[in-house]
Design a protein around this ligand. Structure first.
Ligand SMILES: [Fe+2]
Length: 149
């Protein structure tokens, strides 16, 4: 995981700064099945009762259209929890000054974007990710797009 201001990649954003915004990061040990126990522990602590897995790659039908939707700035009324099992991607989140922070996630990264925080998602040019989505409730993904002036 790496995070930096979107308009200046040299300007690294610390985990503490993310934490101030309730963006939480958990590095998972992907050797063997070592992540399984900490994952279950986290789910128990935070009440994540449901999960599914999503794979996106160049063979995914309509991938570019899907990415356009994911890259629309939006928020949810629940947390967005993603555990990256393979590949990589970018979460952009708005900080308290409305500046974009880019968070690069890759295999072994578990990230929690809090409810009501504007964000968007995309892939890098390899166009490949395998992610577990965790939910407190039944799987749903209702984006509330930001009004664009
Ligand atoms: Fe989202």
């Amino acid at each position: 995981m790496k995070s930096y201001f979107y308009d200046n990649q040299e300007d690294v954003v610390s985990l503490d700064y993310l934490k101030e915004h309730n963006v939480l990061y958990f590095p998972m040990d992907m050797e063997n099945d070592n992540y399984k126990e900490p994952l279950e522990q986290l789910c128990k602590e935070r009440g994540y009762k449901n999960r599914d897995e999503v794979k996106l790659n160049k063979e995914t039908p309509g991938l570019e259209d899907k990415l356009k939707i994911f890259f629309e700035e939006h928020l949810h009324d629940d947390e967005e929890i993603r555990f990256i099992l393979d590949g990589c991607g970018f979460f952009d989140v708005r900080d308290k000054n409305d500046k974009w922070i880019r968070i690069r996630v890759e295999k072994g990264d578990l990230i929690i974007v809090p409810a009501n925080m504007y964000h968007r998602f995309t892939l890098d040019e390899t166009r490949k990710i395998h992610a577990m989505r965790l939910f407190t409730d039944a799987p749903k993904w209702v984006p509330i797009n930001r009004h664009q002036n």
